[in-house]
Unconditional design. Structure first.
Lengths: 81, 426, 375
C-alpha cells in the first residue's frame, strides 16, 4: 500500500497519508466542509459519523459524510463553503 | 442503482469497538457463524480507531490478532439503519446489506455530549473524542496549540494522545470540582489495572495544566477558531489556540436498541446478568448499558458472546471480573456530574441545532421536544437530533420521542430496499 | 376575569386555527382547546400542498375558494410559514392520462383557473429530473405550498392578537348542548361549539363517519434547484378513489429549504403509526419510476400521518344532526391545509347567519345520515 495518495479538494491537489479520511483531506486543503443553512462555515465536530457537519460532495455525489470515508486516489471532493 | 447483498449469521454483532470485538470472538469460539458489522472503514470503534494495523504491541493488538485469525466475518463501512425481527439493513458505499441473524449483539458504543456556548460552531471547535478521531484518521496537529475542555476521563486520554501527536496542549479545562477529581483518582486506583494507567497518564500529561471548576465560556474567530475564553473559579481568561477539543462526557448510542424494542432504564439499555436485553435473542454490551470504559466493555462483550451461543458456563466465569469493572460506571457518574452553570453558557442567539441553525431563543418558548421539532425544526436535520437532543434535554428537560427508520440518513434507494418480512415492531 | 367565550373550538390544527382567526376577525370571543399543542395531529404530518382539485364540483368549489384566500394572505406570512407559489405539475404517463390532462385543462379554464398543457418535451423542461418519455402534463401555476405547523401557529397567533384564548394540553371529553367538558371535568359554556378535532371528531360527535387514512412521507437532505413544482402523477386520482385498497402514487414537493418531500401512500384500517416498510418501499419505487434521480438523494426522515377521510371525500362542515349548537369542521382527508381557510369562512357564515360564498349543501354532516338512511 502506498504511503500517501493525492485527491482534489475544490480542484486543488492535496496529498494525504494513506488511510486518511476525506474529512482530513478537506481540512488539510485549508477548506471548511460546508456552509450551514445560514451561511456559517462548518467543519467536523464529532469525527465519528453522528454530527453530519462533515458533509461534502465526493465524486459528484452531494451530502456525503466525509469522516468515515477513506481517501482514494484521484477522488474529486467539493465543499460548499 | 444499489445492489442488495444478503448475509446470514448465527450471531450478528453491531459495532466493532472493544465490546463488539470481544463479543464476536467469544461467539466464534462456539464454531457458529459470526458477523461483525461496523460503519467505519476498519474495526476498532472509537478508542481503538486505527489500531488494527498498528505495529506497536499493545492491549488492542492481541485482540486484533485474534480477530484477524478468527472466522468472524467483518462487514466494514456498513451502517445499520433499520431493524426488524431477525433482520438488519445496513447501507454501504454502493449497496444495501440485508443481514439475517439467529442472535443479535448490540455494541453500538457511545458518542460525546456537546453543550452549546457562543462560538461552538466555529471550524476547529471539535469534540475531545472528535479531535482524537480526526488525528487518528490522518489529521496533522504537530505544532498546533490545543485547549481541551469539557468533562470526563476522555479529556485526559485526548490530551495525552494530542501531545504524543506533536501538538502543544495548552491546558485541560475540567468542569468538575477538584475534590470530585481527587476522589475519582483515588477510587480508580482500586479498580484493577487503573493504578498503572493513572501513573501513565500522570507521566504523559506532566507539565500540562489541569484546571478544575473550569469550563469554556466562548470561542472566537473569523471563519475558524482563534481563541477561547474560559472561566476558572470565577476568573475569566482568554487563550489563543488552533483547536478546542471539547466534550462533556459520553452518552450511549441507544437508537438501534430502541428500534429493536429493547427496554431502557434511565436512557441506558436494560440488560440481565447474561447481557440479555428485554427482547429474546438480543444482547447488549458496552457503553449502551452504562458508561464504564474499556475493560468493562470487553468483559460485557465476552459475556454476551458466550451467552448468545448458549455457553452460560463461560459467561458465568466472567461475572466476577465484570463486577470489578462495573464499579467504574458509578465512579464516573459521581465524578463528573454536569454543573448547572453549563446551562447558562448559551446566549439567546447561540445555536442549539447545528443542522438547521436554530438558536436558543427560538427554542426556549416551547415545552416539548416534539413542538420544538415541528415549529423550529430543531432535530429535523441529518443528525436526527444526535447532537441537539441531548443538549436540549440538559437545557430544557425535554424527553425525546419515538424512533423511526431510517436510523441514519440513507440514500432513498436504500430505504426502498427494506421491506418488512414480519410485523413491524411496536 | 375573562368574559366567557361565544365560540369554543375543539382542536387547534389547521382547521381549528383557521376558524379561530376568522371568528376573531368577526369580533367573536373565541376559546380554542387542544389536547396537545397546536398542529400536533394530522396538521403536523401534512404535506402542505395548496391545490385546486376537480374530482367533483363541490371539491372544486371549496378548494378554489380556499386557494384564493391563501393567495390573498400571502404577503402577511412570516418566513416560517414558507409560503411558496411553486404551482402544481400534473404529469401524464400515457395517452389515457393526457386525455385527463385535457379534461382538467378545460375544467380549470372554464372556471377561471390558470392552467397550461405541456407536451412531453415541455414537461421535462419544467422538471428536468422527470424521466423520459412522459406523455406530457398540466401546469397549474396558482397552486402553492406552505409548512403546515407554522401556518397553523401563525393563524392562531393572529387569532390571539384579536383576543382568542388558547388552552393546550387538555383533552376534551364531551361536547353538546352549548357545553364543552374537559377530561378533568372543567366545563366551558358557549353559544357554539366547533368540532375541529380531526381524527377524534367522531368521538365527540357520534354518528359522523370519519376514518383515518394512513400516509407516509419521506424528506430528503437539501438539494436546491432539484425540483421546481409540486409534481403529482395523474394516477394519484385513481388511487385516491379506491376506498379499501392500499395504494401509492408519485407526489413530490420542493420545500423552501431545498429539501424534497416524497409521497404518497394511502391505507385504510391501519391503526398503528409505525412506519410500514412494505408500503414505504412501494411508494419510493413509484417515485423512482417518475424521477429516477431521486434514488440517490439522502433521505433524512420518514414519518406517518392520518388523513381524516369521509366516504364521499368531501369534508363535513356544518351543524351536527344531533345538536345544532355543535358545528362539525372535520373530515378533510388530504385537503385539510388547502381548504382550511374556506372551511373557516363557511363556519363563520353559519354562525353569523350570513350567506356563504359557495353552496354549503355538499358539506353538511346531515348528508351522512341521509346516505345511511337510504342505504
Amino acid at each position: 500500500m502506498p504511503e500517501s495518495l493525492s485527491v482534489r479538494v475544490n480542484g486543488k491537489l492535496v496529498t494525504v497519508r494513506a488511510g486518511s479520511t476525506v474529512a482530513v483531506a478537506v481540512l488539510a486543503s485549508g477548506a471548511t466542509c460546508r456552509a450551514s443553512v445560514t451561511g456559517q462555515p462548518r467543519s467536523p465536530l464529532c469525527g465519528m459519523g453522528t454530527c453530519f457537519e462533515c458533509r461534502v460532495a465526493i465524486n459528484g455525489e452531494a451530502q456525503r459524510g466525509s469522516c468515515q470515508v477513506l481517501c482514494a486516489a484521484n477522488m474529486e471532493i467539493e465543499t460548499n463553503g | 442503482m444499489d445492489s442488495v447483498k444478503h448475509l446470514r449469521f448465527d450471531v450478528a454483532v453491531v459495532g466493532a469497538g472493544p465490546a463488539g470485538i470481544a463479543a464476536a470472538l467469544a461467539a466464534a469460539d462456539s464454531g457458529r457463524s459470526v458477523g461483525l458489522i461496523d460503519d467505519n472503514p476498519a474495526a476498532g470503534g472509537q478508542i481503538w480507531r486505527g489500531a488494527h494495523d498498528s505495529t506497536r504491541p499493545s492491549a488492542s493488538s492481541t485482540w486484533f490478532d485474534r480477530l484477524n485469525k478468527s472466522a468472524v466475518q467483518i462487514v466494514r463501512g456498513a451502517r445499520v439503519f433499520h431493524a426488524t425481527q431477525g433482520e438488519l439493513a445496513a447501507e454501504s458505499d454502493d449497496s444495501v446489506i440485508q443481514t439475517s441473524y439467529g442472535k443479535l449483539i448490540l455494541a453500538t458504543g457511545a458518542r460525546e455530549l456537546f453543550l452549546p456556548f457562543p462560538g461552538w460552531t466555529l471550524p476547529n471547535v471539535m469534540g475531545a473524542g472528535g479531535l482524537q478521531a480526526l488525528v487518528k484518521s490522518g489529521l496533522d496537529i504537530s505544532g498546533k496549540r490545543i485547549v481541551i475542555a469539557g468533562t470526563g476521563p476522555l479529556l485526559l486520554a485526548v490530551a495525552a494522545y494530542a501531545r504524543k501527536s506533536g501538538a502543544k496542549v495548552i491546558g485541560i479545562c475540567e468542569q468538575t470540582t477538584r475534590s470530585r477529581m481527587a476522589r475519582f483518582g483515588l477510587q480508580m486506583m482500586l479498580v484493577p489495572g487503573k493504578a498503572a494507567e493513572a501513573l501513565r497518564f500522570a507521566y504523559d500529561l506532566r507539565g500540562i495544566p489541569h484546571w478544575t471548576a473550569c469550563w469554556p465560556v466562548a470561542a472566537f474567530g473569523n471563519r475558524r477558531l482563534e481563541s477561547v475564553r474560559i472561566s476558572r473559579h470565577g476568573q475569566i481568561s482568554e487563550i489563543e489556540c488552533d483547536y478546542l477539543a471539547c466534550g462533556f462526557h459520553l452518552i450511549p448510542n441507544i437508537e438501534l436498541p430502541r428500534m429493536c424494542g429493547c427496554r431502557l432504564r434511565e436512557n441506558f439499555v436494560q440488560v440481565g446478568e447474561y447481557q440479555q436485553s428485554s427482547v429474546p435473542g438480543i444482547f447488549c454490551a458496552g457503553e449502551p448499558t452504562g458508561i464504564g470504559g474499556l475493560e468493562l466493555a470487553l468483559v460485557e462483550g465476552e459475556i454476551a458472546g458466550y451467552a448468545a451461543t448458549n455457553w452460560e458456563d463461560r459467561a458465568k466465569h466472567l461475572f466476577a471480573k465484570r463486577a470489578r469493572y462495573q464499579k467504574v460506571v458509578r465512579i464516573l457518574q459521581d465524578a463528573f456530574p454536569l454543573r448547572p452553570e453549563l446551562k447558562n453558557l448559551a446566549r439567546p442567539d447561540t445555536l442549539v441545532c447545528r443542522c438547521e441553525d436554530v438558536p436558543h431563543e427560538r427554542l426556549s418558548q416551547y415545552s416539548s421536544w416534539r413542538a420544538a421539532k415541528l415549529y423550529a425544526r430543531c432535530g429535523m436535520g441529518p443528525c436526527q437530533g444526535r447532537v441537539c437532543a441531548p443538549a436540549a434535554e440538559f437545557l430544557f428537560g425535554w424527553q425525546i420521542d419515538s424512533i423511526r427508520p431510517p436510523l441514519f440518513p440513507v440514500r432513498c434507494s436504500s430505504l426502498a430496499a427494506i421491506a418488512s418480512h414480519s410485523a413491524p415492531r411496536n | 376575569m375573562n368574559k366567557p367565550a361565544e365560540v369554543v373550538i375543539v382542536g387547534a390544527g389547521i382547521i381549528g386555527a383557521a376558524c379561530a382567526l376568522e371568528l376573531s376577525t368577526e369580533g367573536l370571543r373565541v376559546l380554542v382547546i387542544d389536547e396537545s399543542f397546536p398542529g400536533a395531529g394530522s396538521t403536523g404530518a401534512a404535506m402542505g400542498h395548496i391545490v385546486v382539485m376537480d374530482d367533483s364540483e363541490a371539491q372544486f368549489a371549496i378548494t378554489r375558494y380556499s386557494q384564493i384566500l391563501w393567495d390573498d394572505m400571502r404577503d402577511q406570512f412570516p418566513t416560517s410559514v414558507e409560503f411558496d407559489p411553486c404551482g402544481t405539475l400534473w404529469v401524464a404517463a400515457d395517452e389515457e392520462e393526457m386525455r385527463e390532462v385535457r379534461r382538467k385543462f378545460d375544467c380549470y379554464s372554464e372556471r377561471g383557473v390558470n392552467a397550461e398543457i405541456l407536451d412531453s418535451h415541455q414537461v421535462r423542461d419544467a422538471e428536468p429530473h422527470l424521466r423520459a418519455p412522459l406523455a406530457g402534463g398540466l401546469r397549474v401555476p396558482g397552486d402553492s405550498v406552505v409548512y403546515p405547523p407554522c401556518a397553523a401557529e401563525f393563524l392562531l397567533q393572529r387569532a390571539r392578537a384579536l383576543g382568542a384564548r388558547v388552552i393546550q394540553g387538555q383533552p376534551v371529553a364531551a361536547i353538546g348542548k352549548g357545553v364543552a367538558r374537559l377530561a378533568d371535568g372543567t366545563v366551558f359554556a358557549a353559544g357554539f361549539i366547533i368540532n375541529a378535532a380531526g381524527q377524534s371528531a367522531p368521538k365527540l360527535s357520534p354518528g359522523i363517519n370519519i376514518k383515518p387514512r394512513k400516509g407516509h412521507l419521506v424528506i430528503t437532505d437539501r438539494y436546491p434547484n432539484f425540483l421546481h413544482h409540486q409534481v403529482v402523477e395523474l394516477g394519484y386520482l385513481k388511487s385516491a378513489h379506491t376506498l379499501t385498497a392500499d395504494s401509492v402514487a408519485f407526489n413530490v414537493q420542493p420545500r423552501k429549504t431545498g429539501q424534497i418531500l416524497i409521497g404518497s401512500s394511502r391505507q385504510y384500517g391501519a391503526d398503528s403509526s409505525a412506519v410500514d416498510e412494505s408500503i414505504l418501499a412501494r411508494m419510493l419505487q413509484r417515485a423512482f419510476e417518475y424521477m429516477p434521480d431521486l434514488d440517490s438523494l439522502s433521505a433524512i426522515r420518514v414519518w406517518t400521518g392520518f388523513r381524516p377521510a369521509t366516504p364521499d371525500k368531501l369534508p363535513l362542515i356544518g351543524p351536527s344532526p344531533q345538536d345544532p349548537s355543535v358545528l362539525v369542521a372535520a373530515g378533510h382527508e388530504g385537503l385539510g391545509i388547502t381548504t382550511s381557510l374556506a372551511t373557516a369562512k363557511l363556519i363563520c357564515a353559519q354562525i353569523l347567519g350570513q350567506r356563504p360564498a359557495i353552496p354549503i349543501q355538499p358539506y353538511l354532516p346531515s348528508r351522512q345520515m341521509a346516505a345511511e338512511a337510504h342505504a
